[in-house]
Design a protein around this ligand. Sequence first.
Ligand code: 4NP
Length: 160
Amino acid sequence: MSAVPPASFLFVCLGNICRSPLAEAALREAADEAGLDLDIDSAGTGAWHIGKGPDPRSCAEALRHGIDISSYRARQVKADDFRRFDRIVALDASNLANLRRIAPAGHSARLSLLLDHVPGLEGQDVEDPYYGGPEGFETTWRQVREAARNLVAEIAGSGR
Ligand code: 4NP
């Protein structure tokens, strides 16, 4: 009998350089803290930044929390992601709508909005911090960390 593969999560924003890399880092950290084996990645619906590292402000925010994300590389969501990942978590409603639009028929991934995993913030977007100041990245970190902890609790409780 083969072992059950770890639950897999893909976080999706627009560019895959600001918000979703921080969500990926936060879930990696929360899973490590909980001793949970998860398969975690992030991607963008847009193609502008393919192959680039995260925005320096995201790198700085992650480093403030002891996490080095400088080796992450941006990529674009692809059809196979909807089969490969159990869960695809969009950082905002616009990207969730785009994911639903491009999802192949009969795909198996469960799609959700990141802040639907944070009680009190359901239905809200993780605002794009790209055009703002560093405080936007702090807010992003706080929101993705809270969601990541809740996702871990959800997985630890249900097994998936
Ligand atoms: P992200 O932020 O979706 O959080 O990675 C953005 C980064 C770049 C652009 C838009 C959003 N852009 O238009 O280049």
